[in-house]
Write a protein that binds this ligand. Structure first.
Ligand SMILES: NC(=O)C1=CN([C@@H]2O[C@H](COP(=O)(O)OP(=O)(O)OC[C@H]3O[C@@H](n4cnc5c(N)ncnc54)[C@H](OP(=O)(O)O)[C@@H]3O)[C@@H](O)[C@H]2O)C=CC1
Ligand SMILES: O=C(O)CCC(=O)C(=O)O
Length: 458
């Protein structure tokens, strides 16, 4: 009798989820990345909805998939040749149930509303997983900082903030960096915000420079956090990073500090990439050289082989997944691992995958990993270290003090361990032990959903 009732409630939950998903597609046509992110979450919520029907009431899911506010704006600026350029700016304030909107800003030519919505939606659950009081949001522009002078980046960024400042604030919405937005861009944004508002509201942005209110360890946090998370998965199997071969995609902020921590833990990182191609260095990546090329000189990764003749550069970035490795850390961009790449990794013996980037694996790729018993750390959990330390930066700004690198790193480490433990626990509780995709989604969802139910229908 109980089994029949359980099956009926599972079926009712699955049908409800499907109906919500169909409405999302109809209402948000052509936003494929947003559809993908919503589908992954909704499908994994079926067991929790079946067990607790309260989450199917008050239009909770329908409200959850609709952003609280979407802001789109014109960003005019003048290039070095004196020509007027016009880009499009976005901020999606998705959900503030547990705290002010929090999430990065992305500058990349591929940015459109669907990308910002997928990132903002993911951010809701990721931020909830950190256990800290931060809601979900994301922003960006189709501006391409590559090949632009510092002055062009400054003029664009000032114009972007001249509109964005109306919608953000330390208790309202706190942006940070993402692809194409690092310390330089955050500095220009902060300078313009301060100039317009006429005061030093430190907590309005995170990822700030240490000399004007930033937090130690924020630069390292996403990459380090991802490696801490994967290390928890490995420890549970009685192993670690020591002596493992690791492939890391990208060579930006997340990749560089994932490489650093993996190396510190005794791994050999043999490859990394940028959007043009990848390098394979069988002796192990020279991280000092990568930092010089990418963080200081802003050059292409292909330059690496000029200094390291034993390394090989290959044009095109997807080939990086054909390199045999024990651990793969996709840290570049969305959907960089498709089904084919996942199968290649599995047939070459990959044991663990930790998603440093947001949604780097397609739904089909995730299925391949899970079906083949690969330890899989999903993005919402594995890359939450960055936003967690951003929330710690907000705390330090409010208290008007700064913690040491070691203090913040220890807090980051604890947060990643808790996210892992809570994801494992939720996966077990809802009948899919070891499936951290479902575990992380449910653990994040429950926190947000309970807060939304407390607030009434808003
Ligand atoms: N920064 C953070 O704290 C956090 C970032 N993330 C996610 O991590 C990922 C990387 O971000 P971050 O390191 O900050 O960004 P960066 O801009 O610092 O670096 C991005 C890296 O990815 C490469 N890349 C970008 N787009 C593509 C593409 N279409 N194909 C292949 N490679 C590409 C870039 O190469 P190129 O230089 O050639 O463009 C670069 O090497 C993103 O998914 C981001 O959303 C997640 C949590 C927090
Ligand atoms: O630090 C933050 O606020 C946001 C980081 C981010 O954009 C992300 O987690 O994807």
């Amino acid at each position: 009798m109980t089994i029949i009732r359980t099956e009926q409630s599972q079926q009712a939950a699955a049908e409800y989820v499907q109906s919500v998903f169909e409405k999302v597609i109809a209402r948000n046509p052509h936003e494929n990345e947003f559809h993908q992110a919503v589908k992954e979450i909704l499908d994994s919520l079926v067991p929790v909805l079946a067990k607790h029907p309260k989450y199917m009431q008050q239009g909770l899911l329908e409200r959850l998939v609709e952003p609280e506010r979407v802001i789109t704006f014109r960003v005019p600026w003048v290039d070095d040749a004196g020509n007027v350029q016009v880009n499009r700016g976005f901020r999606v304030q998705f959900n503030s149930a547990i705290g002010p909107y929090k999430g990065g800003i992305r500058f990349h030519p591929s940015v459109y509303l669907g990308i910002v919505k997928f990132l903002g939606f993911e951010q809701i659950f990721k931020n909830a997983l950190t256990g800290l009081p931060i809601g979900g949001g994301k922003g960006g522009s189709d501006f391409d900082p590559k090949g632009k002078s510092d002055n062009e980046v400054m003029r664009f960024t000032q114009s972007f903030m001249t509109e964005l400042y109306k919608y953000i604030g330390p208790d309202a919405d706190v942006p940070a960096g993402d692809i194409g937005v690092g310390g330089r861009e955050i500095g220009y944004m902060f300078g313009q915000y301060k100039r317009i508002r006429g005061g030093h509201e430190g907590g309005v942005l995170t990822g700030k420079g240490i000399h004007y209110g930033g937090s130690l360890t924020r630069t390292e946090a996403t990459g380090y956090g991802c490696v801490y998370f994967v290390n928890e998965m490995l420890h549970a199997q009685g192993t670690s990073f020591e002596g493992k071969r690791v492939v890391v995609s990208g060579s930006g902020n997340v990749s560089i500090y994932a490489i650093e921590k993996a190396q510190q833990l005794g791994a050999t990182v043999v490859a990394c990439s940028d959007s043009n191609g990848y390098i394979y260095d069988p002796e192990g990546i020279d991280l000092k050289l990568v930092k010089q090329l990418k963080e200081v000189n802003r050059l292409r990764i292909s330059e690496y082989i000029q200094e390291r003749p034993g390394a090989i550069y290959t044009e095109g970035c997807s080939g990086i997944w054909s390199i045999p490795c024990d651990i793969a850390l996709p840290c570049a961009t969305q959907n960089e691992i498709d089904e084919h790449a996942a199968q290649l990794l599995v047939s070459n013996g990959v044991k663990a995958v930790g998603e440093g980037a947001n949604m780097p694996s397609t739904l089909q790729a995730i299925e391949v990993f899970l079906d083949n018993g690969v330890l899989f750390g999903p993005a919402k959990a594995a890359n939450a270290g960055g936003v967690a330390v951003s929330a710690l930066e907000m705390s330090q700004n409010s208290m008007r003090l700064s913690w040491s690198f070691e203090e913040v790193d220890a807090k980051l480490h604890d947060i990643m361990k808790n996210i892992y433990a809570n994801s494992v626990k939720a996966a077990e509780e809802y009948g899919v032990p070891g499936n951290l995709v479902v575990g992380a989604n449910i653990a994040g969802f429950v926190r947000v959903a309970d807060a939304m139910l407390s607030h009434g229908i808003v």
